[in-house]
Design a protein around this ligand. Structure first.
Ligand SMILES: NC(=O)c1ccc[n+]([C@@H]2O[C@H](COP(=O)([O-])OP(=O)(O)OC[C@H]3O[C@@H](n4cnc5c(N)ncnc54)[C@H](OP(=O)(O)O)[C@@H]3O)[C@@H](O)[C@H]2O)c1
Length: 333
Protein backbone atom coordinates (compact mmCIF):
# COMPACT_ATOMS: atom_id res chain seq x y z
CA UNK A 1 0.00 0.00 0.00
CA UNK A 2 1.42 3.39 -0.94
CA UNK A 3 0.25 6.98 -0.61
CA UNK A 4 -1.20 6.82 -4.10
CA UNK A 5 -4.47 8.70 -3.65
CA UNK A 6 -5.08 12.45 -3.49
CA UNK A 7 -7.34 13.43 -0.60
CA UNK A 8 -9.72 15.48 -2.74
CA UNK A 9 -8.03 18.74 -3.66
CA UNK A 10 -6.28 19.16 -0.32
CA UNK A 11 -2.85 18.47 -1.82
CA UNK A 12 -2.40 15.65 0.74
CA UNK A 13 -1.43 12.22 -0.60
CA UNK A 14 -2.99 9.37 1.36
CA UNK A 15 -3.20 5.60 1.59
CA UNK A 16 -6.60 4.10 0.78
CA UNK A 17 -6.83 2.67 4.29
CA UNK A 18 -6.41 4.53 7.58
CA UNK A 19 -6.67 3.66 11.27
CA UNK A 20 -8.95 5.47 13.76
CA UNK A 21 -8.34 5.27 17.50
CA UNK A 22 -11.91 5.77 18.78
CA UNK A 23 -11.93 2.21 20.13
CA UNK A 24 -8.37 2.18 21.48
CA UNK A 25 -8.06 5.53 23.25
CA UNK A 26 -10.46 4.78 26.12
CA UNK A 27 -11.75 1.73 27.99
CA UNK A 28 -15.40 1.94 26.87
CA UNK A 29 -16.88 2.09 23.35
CA UNK A 30 -20.00 0.95 21.49
CA UNK A 31 -18.70 -1.84 19.22
CA UNK A 32 -20.13 -5.35 19.60
CA UNK A 33 -17.25 -7.53 20.76
CA UNK A 34 -15.06 -5.55 23.14
CA UNK A 35 -15.38 -8.09 25.97
CA UNK A 36 -13.87 -10.79 23.77
CA UNK A 37 -11.48 -8.73 21.64
CA UNK A 38 -9.83 -6.50 24.24
CA UNK A 39 -7.98 -7.61 27.38
CA UNK A 40 -10.02 -7.49 30.60
CA UNK A 41 -7.31 -5.15 31.90
CA UNK A 42 -8.46 -1.78 30.58
CA UNK A 43 -5.92 0.25 32.51
CA UNK A 44 -4.22 3.16 30.74
CA UNK A 45 -1.01 1.11 30.41
CA UNK A 46 -2.82 -1.93 28.98
CA UNK A 47 -4.75 0.11 26.39
CA UNK A 48 -1.65 2.05 25.42
CA UNK A 49 0.21 -1.23 24.84
CA UNK A 50 -2.72 -2.49 22.76
CA UNK A 51 -2.80 0.78 20.78
CA UNK A 52 0.94 0.53 20.13
CA UNK A 53 0.61 -3.04 18.84
CA UNK A 54 -2.28 -2.13 16.52
CA UNK A 55 -0.56 1.06 15.29
CA UNK A 56 2.61 -0.95 14.60
CA UNK A 57 0.65 -3.61 12.70
CA UNK A 58 -1.15 -1.01 10.59
CA UNK A 59 1.98 1.05 9.89
CA UNK A 60 4.08 -2.00 9.07
CA UNK A 61 1.38 -3.05 6.57
CA UNK A 62 1.62 0.35 4.88
CA UNK A 63 -1.16 2.41 6.53
CA UNK A 64 -0.22 6.10 6.70
CA UNK A 65 -3.49 7.82 7.73
CA UNK A 66 -4.39 8.11 11.44
CA UNK A 67 -7.52 9.66 12.95
CA UNK A 68 -8.17 10.74 16.55
CA UNK A 69 -10.34 13.23 18.47
CA UNK A 70 -10.19 15.13 21.75
CA UNK A 71 -13.02 12.95 23.06
CA UNK A 72 -11.38 9.56 22.37
CA UNK A 73 -9.94 9.42 25.89
CA UNK A 74 -6.15 9.42 25.53
CA UNK A 75 -6.10 8.73 21.78
CA UNK A 76 -4.19 11.90 20.89
CA UNK A 77 -1.55 11.19 23.56
CA UNK A 78 -1.27 7.50 22.57
CA UNK A 79 -0.81 8.48 18.92
CA UNK A 80 1.81 11.11 19.76
CA UNK A 81 3.79 8.75 21.96
CA UNK A 82 3.72 6.10 19.24
CA UNK A 83 4.82 8.62 16.55
CA UNK A 84 7.72 9.64 18.79
CA UNK A 85 8.62 6.02 19.63
CA UNK A 86 8.74 5.15 15.92
CA UNK A 87 10.55 8.42 15.25
CA UNK A 88 8.34 9.13 12.24
CA UNK A 89 8.76 12.16 10.06
CA UNK A 90 5.57 14.32 9.97
CA UNK A 91 5.64 14.06 6.16
CA UNK A 92 5.41 10.27 6.37
CA UNK A 93 1.92 10.22 7.91
CA UNK A 94 -1.39 12.06 7.54
CA UNK A 95 -2.95 12.83 10.94
CA UNK A 96 -6.43 14.18 11.64
CA UNK A 97 -8.14 15.13 14.89
CA UNK A 98 -11.48 16.65 15.89
CA UNK A 99 -12.94 19.16 18.29
CA UNK A 100 -16.47 19.47 19.64
CA UNK A 101 -16.89 16.63 22.16
CA UNK A 102 -15.35 16.50 25.63
CA UNK A 103 -14.48 13.11 27.12
CA UNK A 104 -16.29 12.83 30.46
CA UNK A 105 -16.11 9.12 31.40
CA UNK A 106 -13.03 9.53 33.62
CA UNK A 107 -11.55 6.26 32.30
CA UNK A 108 -14.60 4.21 33.33
CA UNK A 109 -16.57 1.79 31.13
CA UNK A 110 -19.77 2.44 33.04
CA UNK A 111 -20.30 6.18 33.12
CA UNK A 112 -23.53 8.16 33.01
CA UNK A 113 -22.13 10.30 30.19
CA UNK A 114 -19.15 9.34 28.06
CA UNK A 115 -18.83 12.53 26.02
CA UNK A 116 -20.50 15.93 25.91
CA UNK A 117 -20.99 17.82 22.66
CA UNK A 118 -20.54 21.59 22.45
CA UNK A 119 -19.89 23.37 19.18
CA UNK A 120 -19.13 26.81 20.64
CA UNK A 121 -16.18 29.03 19.76
CA UNK A 122 -14.99 28.75 23.38
CA UNK A 123 -14.83 24.94 23.09
CA UNK A 124 -13.06 25.24 19.73
CA UNK A 125 -10.39 27.52 21.21
CA UNK A 126 -9.93 25.37 24.30
CA UNK A 127 -9.65 22.08 22.39
CA UNK A 128 -7.48 23.55 19.62
CA UNK A 129 -4.91 24.59 22.24
CA UNK A 130 -4.84 21.04 23.66
CA UNK A 131 -4.64 19.30 20.27
CA UNK A 132 -1.99 21.71 19.08
CA UNK A 133 0.11 20.99 22.15
CA UNK A 134 -0.25 17.25 21.62
CA UNK A 135 0.02 16.74 17.86
CA UNK A 136 1.28 20.02 16.51
CA UNK A 137 3.80 19.29 13.73
CA UNK A 138 1.91 16.11 12.77
CA UNK A 139 -1.58 17.61 12.46
CA UNK A 140 -2.82 17.83 8.85
CA UNK A 141 -6.62 17.94 9.15
CA UNK A 142 -8.68 19.53 11.94
CA UNK A 143 -12.34 18.51 11.91
CA UNK A 144 -15.61 19.55 13.55
CA UNK A 145 -16.68 16.39 15.38
CA UNK A 146 -20.16 15.19 14.35
CA UNK A 147 -21.41 18.38 12.75
CA UNK A 148 -25.19 18.25 12.46
CA UNK A 149 -27.95 20.65 11.49
CA UNK A 150 -29.19 20.57 15.12
CA UNK A 151 -25.83 21.53 16.61
CA UNK A 152 -26.05 24.86 14.77
CA UNK A 153 -22.32 24.78 14.04
CA UNK A 154 -22.81 25.53 10.34
CA UNK A 155 -24.79 28.69 11.20
CA UNK A 156 -22.31 29.90 13.80
CA UNK A 157 -20.24 32.62 12.12
CA UNK A 158 -17.91 32.98 15.10
CA UNK A 159 -16.95 29.31 14.85
CA UNK A 160 -16.69 29.28 11.05
CA UNK A 161 -14.54 32.44 11.10
CA UNK A 162 -12.31 30.95 13.79
CA UNK A 163 -11.77 27.76 11.77
CA UNK A 164 -10.99 29.82 8.66
CA UNK A 165 -8.48 31.71 10.82
CA UNK A 166 -6.77 28.45 11.90
CA UNK A 167 -6.53 27.38 8.28
CA UNK A 168 -4.98 30.68 7.19
CA UNK A 169 -2.61 30.96 10.14
CA UNK A 170 -1.37 27.37 10.34
CA UNK A 171 -1.79 25.93 6.85
CA UNK A 172 -3.87 22.99 8.11
CA UNK A 173 -6.90 21.58 6.30
CA UNK A 174 -10.37 21.98 7.81
CA UNK A 175 -12.86 19.13 7.83
CA UNK A 176 -16.08 17.95 9.38
CA UNK A 177 -17.39 14.58 10.46
CA UNK A 178 -21.05 13.69 10.12
CA UNK A 179 -23.54 11.59 12.02
CA UNK A 180 -27.21 10.60 11.94
CA UNK A 181 -29.83 10.10 9.25
CA UNK A 182 -29.37 13.65 7.89
CA UNK A 183 -25.66 13.35 7.01
CA UNK A 184 -26.43 14.29 3.39
CA UNK A 185 -28.30 17.51 4.32
CA UNK A 186 -25.53 18.55 6.67
CA UNK A 187 -22.90 17.90 4.03
CA UNK A 188 -24.78 19.89 1.37
CA UNK A 189 -24.89 22.82 3.77
CA UNK A 190 -21.21 22.46 4.69
CA UNK A 191 -20.08 22.42 1.05
CA UNK A 192 -21.76 25.81 0.56
CA UNK A 193 -19.83 27.49 3.41
CA UNK A 194 -17.23 29.94 2.08
CA UNK A 195 -14.72 32.18 3.78
CA UNK A 196 -12.37 34.66 2.07
CA UNK A 197 -13.69 33.58 -1.34
CA UNK A 198 -12.85 29.90 -0.78
CA UNK A 199 -14.79 26.85 0.39
CA UNK A 200 -14.09 26.41 4.12
CA UNK A 201 -14.26 22.63 4.36
CA UNK A 202 -11.50 20.65 2.68
CA UNK A 203 -12.53 17.17 3.85
CA UNK A 204 -15.55 15.21 5.07
CA UNK A 205 -15.57 12.11 7.26
CA UNK A 206 -18.88 10.25 6.94
CA UNK A 207 -20.54 6.97 7.83
CA UNK A 208 -21.08 4.93 4.69
CA UNK A 209 -21.49 1.16 4.68
CA UNK A 210 -23.70 -1.42 2.94
CA UNK A 211 -26.36 -1.03 5.67
CA UNK A 212 -26.32 2.81 5.65
CA UNK A 213 -25.38 4.14 2.19
CA UNK A 214 -27.75 7.15 2.24
CA UNK A 215 -25.00 9.80 2.17
CA UNK A 216 -23.47 8.34 -1.01
CA UNK A 217 -24.85 10.81 -3.56
CA UNK A 218 -23.91 13.79 -1.38
CA UNK A 219 -20.38 12.41 -0.96
CA UNK A 220 -20.04 12.06 -4.72
CA UNK A 221 -21.03 15.74 -5.15
CA UNK A 222 -18.70 16.82 -2.36
CA UNK A 223 -15.81 14.89 -3.93
CA UNK A 224 -16.55 16.55 -7.29
CA UNK A 225 -16.49 19.93 -5.53
CA UNK A 226 -12.96 19.08 -4.32
CA UNK A 227 -13.44 17.75 -0.78
CA UNK A 228 -11.43 14.75 0.38
CA UNK A 229 -13.77 11.90 1.37
CA UNK A 230 -12.96 9.74 4.39
CA UNK A 231 -15.23 6.84 5.41
CA UNK A 232 -15.81 5.86 9.04
CA UNK A 233 -17.93 3.09 10.57
CA UNK A 234 -17.52 0.98 7.44
CA UNK A 235 -18.35 -2.06 9.61
CA UNK A 236 -21.46 -0.48 11.17
CA UNK A 237 -19.82 -0.65 14.63
CA UNK A 238 -19.08 -4.36 14.24
CA UNK A 239 -22.46 -5.37 12.79
CA UNK A 240 -20.68 -6.12 9.49
CA UNK A 241 -18.43 -8.80 10.98
CA UNK A 242 -19.02 -12.49 11.69
CA UNK A 243 -20.22 -11.45 15.13
CA UNK A 244 -22.87 -9.05 13.85
CA UNK A 245 -24.97 -11.62 12.02
CA UNK A 246 -27.81 -11.63 14.58
CA UNK A 247 -28.31 -7.88 14.01
CA UNK A 248 -29.02 -8.35 10.28
CA UNK A 249 -32.21 -9.32 8.44
CA UNK A 250 -32.27 -12.86 7.02
CA UNK A 251 -32.03 -11.43 3.48
CA UNK A 252 -29.01 -9.28 4.35
CA UNK A 253 -27.23 -12.16 6.09
CA UNK A 254 -27.81 -14.40 3.07
CA UNK A 255 -26.54 -11.77 0.59
CA UNK A 256 -23.39 -11.34 2.69
CA UNK A 257 -22.87 -15.11 3.00
CA UNK A 258 -22.99 -15.43 -0.79
CA UNK A 259 -20.56 -12.55 -1.35
CA UNK A 260 -18.12 -13.79 1.28
CA UNK A 261 -18.20 -17.31 -0.17
CA UNK A 262 -17.67 -15.94 -3.71
CA UNK A 263 -14.47 -14.18 -2.65
CA UNK A 264 -13.42 -16.65 0.08
CA UNK A 265 -13.02 -13.67 2.37
CA UNK A 266 -14.29 -12.35 5.72
CA UNK A 267 -17.42 -10.26 6.29
CA UNK A 268 -15.38 -7.26 7.47
CA UNK A 269 -13.06 -7.42 4.44
CA UNK A 270 -16.03 -7.55 2.06
CA UNK A 271 -17.74 -4.59 3.78
CA UNK A 272 -14.55 -2.50 3.60
CA UNK A 273 -14.09 -3.53 -0.05
CA UNK A 274 -17.60 -2.15 -0.69
CA UNK A 275 -16.46 1.27 0.53
CA UNK A 276 -13.15 1.11 -1.35
CA UNK A 277 -15.09 0.30 -4.53
CA UNK A 278 -16.96 3.64 -4.45
CA UNK A 279 -15.00 5.91 -6.81
CA UNK A 280 -15.60 8.99 -4.63
CA UNK A 281 -14.02 7.41 -1.52
CA UNK A 282 -10.45 8.46 -0.80
CA UNK A 283 -9.75 6.75 2.55
CA UNK A 284 -11.54 4.07 4.58
CA UNK A 285 -10.75 4.24 8.31
CA UNK A 286 -10.45 0.93 10.14
CA UNK A 287 -11.39 0.83 13.82
CA UNK A 288 -9.47 -2.39 14.49
CA UNK A 289 -8.55 -3.19 18.10
CA UNK A 290 -6.29 -6.21 17.50
CA UNK A 291 -3.50 -7.07 15.09
CA UNK A 292 -5.64 -9.91 13.68
CA UNK A 293 -8.44 -7.42 12.92
CA UNK A 294 -5.94 -5.16 11.13
CA UNK A 295 -4.89 -8.07 8.91
CA UNK A 296 -8.47 -9.11 8.20
CA UNK A 297 -9.61 -5.50 7.51
CA UNK A 298 -6.65 -4.80 5.21
CA UNK A 299 -7.32 -7.94 3.15
CA UNK A 300 -10.22 -5.90 1.70
CA UNK A 301 -7.69 -4.44 -0.72
CA UNK A 302 -7.25 -7.84 -2.38
CA UNK A 303 -10.93 -8.20 -3.25
CA UNK A 304 -11.81 -7.59 -6.88
CA UNK A 305 -15.21 -5.94 -6.74
CA UNK A 306 -17.70 -7.19 -9.36
CA UNK A 307 -21.20 -6.36 -10.60
CA UNK A 308 -22.51 -9.21 -8.43
CA UNK A 309 -21.12 -7.40 -5.39
CA UNK A 310 -22.75 -4.13 -6.43
CA UNK A 311 -26.04 -6.00 -6.92
CA UNK A 312 -25.73 -7.47 -3.41
CA UNK A 313 -25.51 -3.94 -1.98
CA UNK A 314 -29.09 -3.24 -3.06
CA UNK A 315 -30.26 -6.06 -0.75
CA UNK A 316 -28.48 -4.67 2.29
CA UNK A 317 -29.47 -1.02 2.71
CA UNK A 318 -31.56 -0.37 5.82
CA UNK A 319 -33.87 2.57 6.40
CA UNK A 320 -31.53 5.35 7.58
CA UNK A 321 -33.75 6.36 10.52
CA UNK A 322 -33.85 2.73 11.65
CA UNK A 323 -30.08 2.29 11.24
CA UNK A 324 -29.28 5.32 13.39
CA UNK A 325 -31.87 4.51 16.06
CA UNK A 326 -30.30 1.02 16.35
CA UNK A 327 -26.84 2.57 16.65
CA UNK A 328 -28.07 4.97 19.31
CA UNK A 329 -29.04 2.14 21.65
CA UNK A 330 -25.71 0.27 21.38
CA UNK A 331 -24.38 0.06 24.94
CA UNK A 332 -20.91 1.29 25.94
CA UNK A 333 -18.88 -1.81 26.83
N1 LIG B 1 -18.48 11.03 14.49
C1 LIG B 1 -17.24 10.73 14.18
O1 LIG B 1 -16.46 11.58 13.87
C2 LIG B 1 -16.82 9.29 14.20
C3 LIG B 1 -17.70 8.30 14.66
C4 LIG B 1 -17.27 6.98 14.61
C5 LIG B 1 -16.01 6.66 14.12
N2 LIG B 1 -15.17 7.63 13.71
C6 LIG B 1 -13.80 7.32 13.21
O2 LIG B 1 -13.83 6.14 12.39
C7 LIG B 1 -13.00 5.12 12.96
C8 LIG B 1 -13.60 3.75 12.67
O3 LIG B 1 -14.93 3.68 13.17
P1 LIG B 1 -15.44 2.66 14.28
O4 LIG B 1 -14.30 1.93 14.88
O5 LIG B 1 -16.33 3.42 15.19
O6 LIG B 1 -16.43 1.69 13.52
P2 LIG B 1 -16.29 0.42 12.58
O7 LIG B 1 -15.12 0.55 11.70
O8 LIG B 1 -17.63 0.27 11.97
O9 LIG B 1 -16.11 -0.78 13.62
C9 LIG B 1 -14.85 -1.17 14.08
C10 LIG B 1 -15.02 -2.31 15.09
O10 LIG B 1 -15.45 -3.51 14.43
C11 LIG B 1 -14.92 -4.63 15.12
N3 LIG B 1 -14.09 -5.39 14.18
C12 LIG B 1 -13.21 -4.92 13.25
N4 LIG B 1 -12.66 -5.93 12.57
C13 LIG B 1 -13.18 -7.07 13.05
C14 LIG B 1 -13.01 -8.44 12.76
N5 LIG B 1 -12.18 -8.85 11.80
N6 LIG B 1 -13.73 -9.35 13.47
C15 LIG B 1 -14.59 -8.96 14.44
N7 LIG B 1 -14.80 -7.65 14.76
C16 LIG B 1 -14.10 -6.72 14.08
C17 LIG B 1 -14.07 -4.08 16.27
O11 LIG B 1 -14.87 -3.94 17.44
P3 LIG B 1 -15.04 -5.09 18.56
O12 LIG B 1 -13.83 -5.97 18.50
O13 LIG B 1 -15.21 -4.36 19.81
O14 LIG B 1 -16.30 -5.79 18.15
C18 LIG B 1 -13.74 -2.67 15.79
O15 LIG B 1 -13.44 -1.80 16.84
C19 LIG B 1 -12.91 5.50 14.43
O16 LIG B 1 -11.78 4.96 15.09
C20 LIG B 1 -12.83 7.01 14.34
O17 LIG B 1 -11.53 7.42 13.98
C21 LIG B 1 -15.56 8.95 13.72
Amino acid sequence: MGKDRSLGRTGLEVTRMGLGLAALGRPGYITLGRQEDLPADRSVDALQAQANAVLDAAYDAGVRVFDVARSYGRAEAFLRQWLDRRDLDPGDVVVSSKWGYTYTADWRIEADTHEVKEHSVARLRQQWALTRQQLWEYLDVYQVHSASLDSGVLDNDEVLDAMAGLKAAHGIKIGLSLTGPKQAHTLDKAVAVHRDGHRLFDTVQATWNPLEPSVGAALLEAREAGLGVIIKESLANGRLTERGRSTLSDGAALAIDRAVARHRTTVDAWAIAAALAQPWVDVVLMGAVTEAQVASNLSAQNIEWTDDDSAALSELAEDAEWYWSYRKQLPWR
